[in-house]
Design a protein around this ligand. Structure first.
Ligand SMILES: [Zn+2]
Ligand SMILES: [Zn+2]
Length: 138
């Protein structure tokens, strides 16, 4: 039978659930405006490597995933602005030691977004939302 508790508003669930490493990766990629395919094509021009990279990224972005090797994340970080330490903390550390990360774009104190018009870095609008995302009202 259906249980009413399964139908809580999505926002409540988001606010309560900690950001996970695989979500962080996806948020940063999307904040950079890249599809997986676009990311892959910037990582390699080799057909064979592209296939491997595509599979790897899809795996890393699926629930429960975390990269064992920081080098993989650092490599993606050359294309997508992200912070390997933040990724590692989200993947391995207990929630109370997680850094603050924007739930919409994945930016953090270690990896701020800059406003396209003023060029100034964002700050915190609330504990889980940066000022840039708050202004864009996504
Ligand atoms: Zn943000
Ligand atoms: Zn931001």
């Amino acid at each position: 039978m259906f249980n009413a508790s399964h139908f809580r508003p999505a926002q409540t669930a988001t606010a309560l659930s900690p950001l996970r490493a695989w979500e962080y990766l996806r948020l940063r990629r999307e904040a950079a405006g890249l599809t997986i395919e676009q990311l892959v094509s910037r990582l390699t021009s080799s057909e064979r490597r592209a296939e491997q990279a595509r599979r790897l990224i899809m795996r890393l972005e699926s629930p429960g995933a975390s990269a064992r090797d920081d080098a993989v994340i650092a490599r993606i970080g050359r294309v997508v602005p992200l912070d390997v330490t933040v990724y590692r903390q989200l993947a391995d550390d207990p929630i109370e030691r997680h850094p603050s990360v924007c739930r919409r774009c994945g930016c953090s104190d270690f990896d701020r977004c800059s406003c396209s018009t003023s060029g100034r870095a964002c700050s915190w609008a609330s504990s889980h939302l940066c000022t840039r995302c708050e202004r864009s009202g996504l």
